[in-house]
Design a protein around this ligand. Structure first.
Ligand code: ATP
Length: 229
């Protein structure tokens, strides 16, 4: 079942001589509960696509449907609530807040939403990601891999339906990359979430259920790697 769809999604940056067609008529369907990898050369439009489908950037034309609802028809406020409650984000730079500890970083999306922390769920995430003995440390006391695990825990904290990840392991060595991706995949499988990840790493894209290749703003290949899809 598709959770997210794009219809004729187009994104153009700039005008005249500076015009760049970053996305050209993208029709895409993201399967619920699956891991979709987005690959393609540098400048092909991967980040632009991820930002548009996550409601972080407006397309020039076309639609993004979340459970058949056009997200760009929502008011700015409703879209921002949707992003906060239904989506989780993981970026290459971990974007942790340096002045609060690991536990506060992880639970920040919940406190920002003035919601009560589901202690059992948060503890399960912390345990699964191997952060139990790190919760009172500050981000600068952790290694890159540990910081990214905190960022993953934070992205999962609100029990989002969809996790958007833009090269989450771009700053990590290959051993830590494997570890972090296995943990992330383990979490989304455990909690039934949909994962959409941009990656340059073949080993990671091979772990995905579906691998979408973008070139010059167009989908050139959509590979269903796991049988039965
Ligand atoms: N804010 C912007 N203004 C103008 N052009 C932009 C902007 N953002 C991206 N572009 C252009 O749009 C095209 C697609 O960029 P995008 O960042 O989506 O590619 P990408 O596949 O994610 O690249 P990379 O793998 O290097 O991160 C590129 O030609 C880029 O230069």
């Amino acid at each position: 079942m598709a959770v997210l769809k794009t219809l004729c999604l187009t994104k153009v940056y700039g005008k005249g001589e500076n015009k760049v067609e970053a996305l050209n008529d993208i029709n895409l369907s993201i399967e619920k509960g699956k891991f979709t990898a987005i690959i393609g050369p540098s400048g092909s439009g991967k980040s632009t696509l991820l930002h548009c489908i996550a409601g972080l950037d407006n397309p020039t034309s076309g639609k993004v449907l979340l459970n058949e609802e056009d997200i760009f028809k929502l008011s700015e406020e409703k879209l921002s609530i949707l992003r906060r409650r239904k989506f989780g984000f993981i970026f290459q730079s971990f974007n942790l807040i340096p002045v609060i500890d690991v536990y506060e970083n992880i639970t920040l999306p919940i406190s920002l939403d003035k919601k009560k922390v589901d202690v059992d769920y948060i503890n399960e995430i912390i345990y699964t990601l191997g952060l139990k003995d790190k919760i009172h440390k500050f981000p600068n006391q952790l290694s890159g891999g540990q910081q990214q695990r905190v960022a993953i825990a934070r992205a999962l904290a609100n029990k989002p339906d969809i996790i958007f990840a833009d090269e989450p392991t771009g700053n990590l060595d290959s051993k830590t990359t494997q570890e972090v991706i296995h943990l992330l995949k383990g979490c989304v499988d455990k909690f039934g979430q949909t994962l959409i990840m941009i990656t340059h790493n073949n080993e990671i894209s091979n772990m995905a259920d579906i691998c979408i290749t973008i070139q010059d703003g167009e989908i050139v290949d959509e590979n269903k790697l796991n049988k039965g899809l």
